[in-house]
Design a protein around this ligand. Sequence first.
Ligand code: COA
Length: 176
Amino acid sequence: MKFIGKEASLEIPGPRVHLRLISQQETELIRQWRNQDHIRVWFKYSEIISQDEQQVWWEGYQQRHNDLMFIIWQQAQARPVGTVALYHIDLNAGSAEFGRLIIASADDRGKGLAQEASQVLLDWARQELSLTRISLEVHLDNAPAIALYRKLGFSELGSCGQFLKMEVRFPPGQPG
Ligand SMILES: CC(C)(COP(=O)(O)OP(=O)(O)OC[C@H]1O[C@@H](n2cnc3c(N)ncnc32)[C@H](O)[C@@H]1OP(=O)(O)O)[C@@H](O)C(=O)NCCC(=O)NCCS
């Protein structure tokens, strides 16, 4: 089993946003974003998350070497606008799951920030981790997210309960 280091310096640059691994000081901000009703309804675990539960999650996250969660930074105003993650990363199989995608404020939506952040992360996963298959699950009623994932190249595999499974495959040996 190969492991991925969670170096605090890990940053992935893009034209308008860059991705930076989350730090403990951002866990409360992320909890508040995630607890908004219009965001949590789209998550598999959609209950309100307490500070204690968030702390337990953070401690587990630090131990997991197959889970990378990023803050999406909007570069021009140097401020955090959301999150995105790759988890269940399996370097031997060349696969991972994509998720925890949030653009927190309505003011920041519809400007292409989620699309850019997602593309930057997928390109990095392909080039730096040599991943060839990335999958996700999205609520069947989450039309904006499904449209975004289609634009990113994900195709539908079928549904499981209220969730649609999607995946994108990259040909091995061909850097993006
Ligand atoms: C889904 C979400 C991340 C999109 O963020 P965003 O920054 O507004 O998305 P973008 O501006 O990058 O949009 C990219 C594409 O996504 C699709 N899209 C985004 N918002 C949409 C909407 N309201 N209706 C339909 N399609 C939409 C479109 O295809 C869009 O491309 P276009 O502008 O050329 O039509 C955001 O709405 C969000 O945080 N939602 C709540 C959390 C959530 O649902 N996360 C996904 C869980 S799987």
